[in-house]
Design a binder for this molecule. Structure first.
Ligand code: 9Z3
Length: 323
């Protein structure tokens, strides 16, 4: 793997990444949706509280190995963190732009079975459809809450598959949200590819399995967190995640990311315990956030989003003092 990208600056690496990426299919439509969504929240009548919008990223990005892609390198994430957090952000009064991997967990649908259509519904004798008793509460909640969030202009869902789509969409979202200043938040829970094959170096057709070796050159994905902070939305409150499997290095890695990418907070989590506790690393303190175990339905995202929205509120107040 080539991890150096030569002697290019970050801006040059980012430009090379975007120039070589296959263009997004529906940029115009996405930009329109974003503008509408953000305008709705930032009308002159909206006060500071209800101007807050968070972009939640969720699920793993893929790095394709072939242009007509059959094989790809995937990044682990079920999307549970992003989907759950979205629900708590909505409860806390935010509007949410949910940038998610197609097929990953969705807000309000976590308590439904894997195949909800066939498991939750049964045909009636007169060929209508009825909800199975066991799922009636879960289905009602999913449909009613989801509908209210989307039609109320509080939830905008945008799907991605590849690292190319993800980073192009994140840039579009961030530049659209720049007008919100400090009322914008980024909560970057998606598991993002570290390495990718540049589009121009990728074979067009399916790689044939004639050899014992798979010979592909992966290069490092430019660190777009820095671009987000410096150029795309410099006033936004930015929270990234650090995932490790070795808890001995987790906090140091999170602190290094905080410093290097100038994040406002980094949420450190270890793979096997990520649903039980996380550590919020900031320049002032490290706060351990635990799931309240007194009830099985409690999520660690509940206290996590409470803490982060308080920190964001303080950040907005501080920023307004500076103007
Ligand atoms: C996370 O650390 C998320 O919390 C998880 C959530 C992916 C662990 P699930 O979706 O899991 O609920 O199954 N996300 C960020 C992972 C990541 O790629 N971080 C990069 C890194 O660690 C920095 S952007 O280097």
């Amino acid at each position: 793997m080539d991890s150096t990208n030569g002697s290019q600056t970050l801006e040059e690496q980012a430009r090379a990444f975007f120039d070589s990426a296959p263009p997004l299919q529906n940029t115009h439509q996405i930009t329109q949706k974003l503008d509408q969504f953000i305008q709705h929240r930032s009308s002159p009548s909206a006060n500071g509280e209800n101007r807050r919008i968070v972009c939640v990223t969720s699920g793993g990005t893929t790095a394709p190995l072939e242009q007509r892609c059959v094989r790809y390198v995937d990044n682990f994430s079920s999307g549970h963190r992003g989907a759950t957090s979205t629900e708590y952000f909505l409860k806390a009064g935010y509007a949410v732009i949910f940038l998610y991997r197609r097929g990953s967990f969705q807000p309000f649908c976590r308590s439904l079975p894997d195949d909800p259509l066939v498991e939750c519904f049964v045909p009636t004798d007169d060929l209508n459809i009825r909800v199975r008793e066991a799922y009636s509460e879960a289905v009602k909640r999913a449909v009613v809450d989801h509908h209210a969030a989307v039609t109320g202009g509080l939830l905008l869902k945008l799907p991605f598959n590849t690292i190319f789509e993800y980073l192009q969409m994140l840039q579009l979202i961030a530049t659209s949200m720049r007008c919100l200043g400090p009322c914008a938040m980024f909560y970057l829970a998606a598991a993002v590819s570290d390495f990718y094959v540049p589009w121009k170096d990728m074979v067009e057709h399916k790689i044939q399995s004639g050899s014992h070796f798979l010979d592909v050159q992966l290069v490092q994905v430019p660190k777009m967190l820095s671009m987000l902070r410096k150029d795309w939305a410099p006033l936004a409150f930015c929270v990234s995640f650090k995932l490790e499997t070795d808890s001995n290095i987790l906090l140091n890695k999170a602190a290094a990311a905080l410093e290097k990418y100038k994040m406002h907070a980094v949420v450190a989590n270890e793979l096997t315990t990520r649903k039980e506790h996380v550590v919020v690393v900031t320049s002032a303190d490290n706060i351990i956030v635990h799931r309240d175990k007194s009830h099985s339905g409690n999520d660690v995202e509940n206290p996590l989003i409470k803490l982060l929205s308080e920190r964001h509120e303080a950040y907005i107040k501080d920023s307004s003092r500076l103007v």
